[in-house]
Design a protein around this ligand. Structure first.
Ligand code: ZN
Length: 418
């Protein structure tokens, strides 16, 4: 995963443009990615697909001809979606277009100007303070013209047409935790799921934030009823505890599955309620869409000092933390895969277990009392309304023990798999 992040790190991405295409082509080396291109001007719900932005070069040159700020050195130096310009100006005029972080004077901030015509450069506050009164030559050789918005998806068909959505954003330039960690974990998660048999189908989306998710939703509206649950993945590579932000209803099976997976994985975590702010869970959970999509990250959006600065670089993320996040995600989906619904076929009174040799068979197991309780919980709650995960929550027993007991009960025709 770290190799993939290193490969993707230098690319200048934005909500449109060749950086997104190049990124999807690199993800396609890990998993098959189907790429869609939505033309500029396409109406997508209340939005319109913007013009496409591509940059050849951008720099600020002093009167001695030295490039003092150069996009070539760091792509954060150029405000994303800056309009083209080639003009000389004095420092006081230039300063209106310079962005820095006085509180973190060594870092370059990440700034965007997606939906209004503007231009700007970002630099460390130390460098800004050191600028002399001079005539500067400002060059942004970029195009902002009709083109396309690009996104990618990877569908992994399972036994059922019902889908689990995993969405991550692909629109940030050289930023590691906010953006690339999500790409690394989700593409490797998809690679794992491709190598195994799954009950659910899984759809992985690689979309520019907001407008990409809205474009995908608008293009797939008639197919959304197939989506049962979803997660938005981001900020997964830094050294911090996990944070789960629940779905809009807060009571979906995906909420229960994530909480169960975090608890059984024994990792430090925090659970938060839904908030209509953050990443694309806002779009998936908008009232007219209403998908059960939560957000599983480490430190959330905007809550770490390196966020949206040049300090969100390769030193902030580690293979160990990415691997841990990958295993938590895999555990969430295992939990959902195991969360089957069963129906008790002898629901009037308790069925006579001894006659069926169930006690005897249970006696051979390591924990007889626990297995017996698992059988009783399964028989009582398998009314078609509670899945295995619900029964795990109600009983406090693990899904593994309940799963093993359910297998015995299905063999004895006391439970039917729905
Ligand atoms: Zn961001």
């Amino acid at each position: 995963m770290l190799d993939l992040i290193e490969k993707l790190f230098p690319i200048c991405r934005s909500i449109t443009g060749d950086g997104v295409r190049e990124t999807l082509a690199i993800i396609n080396e890990v998993i098959p990615v189907e790429v869609s291109e939505i033309p500029t001007g396409t109406r997508v719900f209340d939005w319109e697909v913007p013009r496409e932005w591509n940059v050849r070069e951008a720099y600020i040159e002093n009167s001695a001809g030295e490039r003092i700020v150069d996009f070539e050195d760091h792509n954060l130096h150029l405000m994303s979606y800056s309009a083209p310009i080639r003009r000389q100006m004095r420092l006081n005029e230039l300063k209106e277009h310079l962005h820095s972080l006085p509180g973190h004077p060594k870092l370059i901030p990440y700034r965007t100007s997606y939906y209004d015509d503007n231009w700007g450069f970002c630099l460390s506050h130390d460098q800004l303070e050191a600028l002399e009164d001079d005539t500067y030559n400002v060059v942004i050789d970029a195009t902002l013209e009709p083109g396309h918005l690009t996104y990618g998806e990877c569908l992994i068909p399972g036994a059922s047409d019902e889908e689990i959505l995993v969405s991550t954003h692909i629109c940030h330039p050289s930023l590691c935790n906010d953006n690339l960690s999500g790409i690394a974990v989700t593409s490797h998660l998809a690679k794992q799921l491709l190598q195994q048999e799954n009950r659910y189908s899984y759809r992985f989306l690689f979309v520019p934030v907001t407008i990409g998710a809205i474009s995908w939703l608008a293009s797939n509206e008639e197919r959304l009823d197939r989506i049962r649950y979803g997660l938005v993945a981001s900020n997964l590579g830094n050294d911090a505890k996990f944070t789960y932000k629940k779905t809009r209803t807060g009571s979906s099976s995906i909420d229960h599955a994530v909480m169960y997976a975090l608890e059984t994985a024994g990792v430090e975590h925090e659970i938060r309620g839904f908030l209509p702010y953050g990443y694309d869970e806002r779009q998936y959970g908008s009232p007219g869409i209403g998908l059960d999509v939560g957000s599983l990250s480490r430190t959330p959006y905007g809550e770490y000092p390196e966020y949206h600065t040049s300090a969100d670089n390769l030193s902030l993320v580690s293979e160990e933390k990415l691997e841990e996040a990958l295993s938590v995600y895999a555990r969430v989906f295992e939990t959902l895969e195991d969360a089957r619904y069963f129906l008790n076929r002898a629901p009037k009174g308790e069925p006579q277990l001894g006659r069926r040799g169930l006690y005897k068979r249970i006696g051979g197991q390591t924990n007889q009392a626990e297995q017996q309780m698992a059988i009783l919980w399964l028989l009582n709650k398998s009314d078609g309304q509670h899945n295995l995960l619900d029964i795990a929550r109600l009983s406090g027993m693990s899904e593994d023990i309940l799963s093993a007991a359910a297998k015995l009960l299905v063999e004895q025709e006391l439970l039917e798999t729905l």
